[in-house]
Design a protein around this ligand. Sequence first.
Ligand code: UDP
Length: 323
Amino acid sequence: MILVTGGAGYIGSHYVLYERERGNEALVLDDLSLGHREAVLDAPLIVADLSNEAVLDAVFRSYPIDAVVHFAALASVPESVAKPHRYYRHHVAHTITLLDAMRRHSIPYLVFSSSCATYGDPQYTPMDERHPQNPINPYGESKRICERMMQSFDEAYGLRYVSLRYFNASGADPEARIGESHDPETHLIPIVLQAANGKRRSVAVYGNDYATPDGTCIRDYVHVNDLAQAHALALDRLRAGGPSATYNVGSGTGHSVQDVIAACREVTGRQIPVEEAPRRAGDPPILVASSAKAEAELGWRPQYADLHTIVETAWRWEENRRF
Ligand code: UDP
């Protein structure tokens, strides 16, 4: 059985649905501070904070868990710049509490939500896993520390882990049963779609003087179900005896903020008012993945690689959202 921390959150809930649809049991642990009870659908849910060692001990004693997929985290780069204490506590402190509980209960496998933010400003693009890691914000720094902790636990205690460095998670369940819902929302695609359906007045474009073709930041948008598939394949590989490893998970294609706005205009057929705004702290100009290693070693095959398809699923959710 898989324990999914943060399974009521955006990426976690899509992963839980993905595993359950392929007949696997997943137990969700989430404090619901950012996640949504509705996002879990009918999966079993324990509402608890990851810092609670007694709950972790009870869960590992009570259920036949052999693997943890650890999503529970905060997800805003600008907030991490303004409030680093929250990011180091939620990422570093809570992850060590989890790792230590896994050690005490001899839980062998961990799949971890890492990030392209661990790389910092790109020295070359697309970035592969050997790109140097010099994070430029506390979000990336705290995820980088978690990767080092897992490496030490592997060396000392034989914990086997896969660290997945996500690029920009986006889109929603194509059937719109679940989707992205943050409060406040900081991510580009939902913000643009909310400007399309009138929930927001306009979209602020954070910086138009970057060294990119149209001056706006370039990101690699990867569909949340493709991320879910990567976690499932990573866990399959660990259970089959595979070694600890790190993989980028991105589409391999870069889209600027202007490209995203254009795609949202096409998909929605709406105007979408835009305003220029200053650069946002902590934003690298360009982040694009090479996911060749995940494709070769995990057999990862993205199903929703195209930006239009991603936006279509996000728009369906935005128009039908239940939480
Ligand atoms: N962005 C923007 N306006 C917004 C939100 C985001 O211009 O209202 C830009 C942001 O500066 C970044 C890109 O969109 O270059 C993606 O930002 P997001 O917060 O979605 O993801 P991040 O790359 O920070 O993980």
